[in-house]
Design a protein around this ligand. Structure first.
Ligand SMILES: [Zn+2]
Length: 79
């Protein structure tokens, strides 16, 4: 598989894998793309498609985003 890239044109600046991953005291940590905080990988949802198998957002941020979406639907579902 080849990736096409023309002289950095229209190439988004992404944080590199190294910038967003580290190991502290034997615990793998990942930096949340949204809140930019370091959190252990256990606080991330799994996602097969991504490079490290984890979501780019921590669970907290992912939940917030989901809640915002639901709020816009105005309690379509009720318990
Ligand atoms: Zn977060």
């Amino acid at each position: 598989m080849k990736l096409k890239r023309k002289d950095g044109k229209s190439v988004k600046k992404y944080y590199s894998y190294k910038e967003n991953h580290r190991v502290v005291g034997g615990v793998k940590q990942k930096r949340c793309y949204r809140c930019r905080r370091w959190k252990p990988q256990s606080l991330y949802y799994k996602r097969r498609r991504s490079k490290d198998g984890l979501y780019v957002w921590c669970k907290e941020c992912a939940n917030k985003a989901t809640n915002n979406c639901r709020r816009q639907r105005k309690l379509a579902e009720r318990k």
